[in-house]
Design a protein. Structure first.
Length: 60
């Protein structure tokens, strides 16, 4: 559960960083924000797959 929260936190941090970049017209922060969001989303997808596999293997 902790990993899921950390991944969501990384995604939210990315959204905030991108918003600040947009507000200040800072391209580096915009790019970093998008990158953080993508990492967080990818990690969340990995957790979902891991949960799905665990659910299948637990049924056996």
């Amino acid at each position: 559960m902790n990993d899921k929260l950390e991944n969501k936190g990384e995604e939210l941090k990315g959204r905030a960083k991108e918003a600040v970049g947009d507000a200040t017209d800072n391209e580096q922060w915009q790019a970093e924000g998008k990158s953080d969001q993508a990492k967080g989303s990818l990690k969340q997808a990995g957790e979902k797959i891991k949960d799905a596999v665990k659910g299948v293997t637990d049924k056996k």
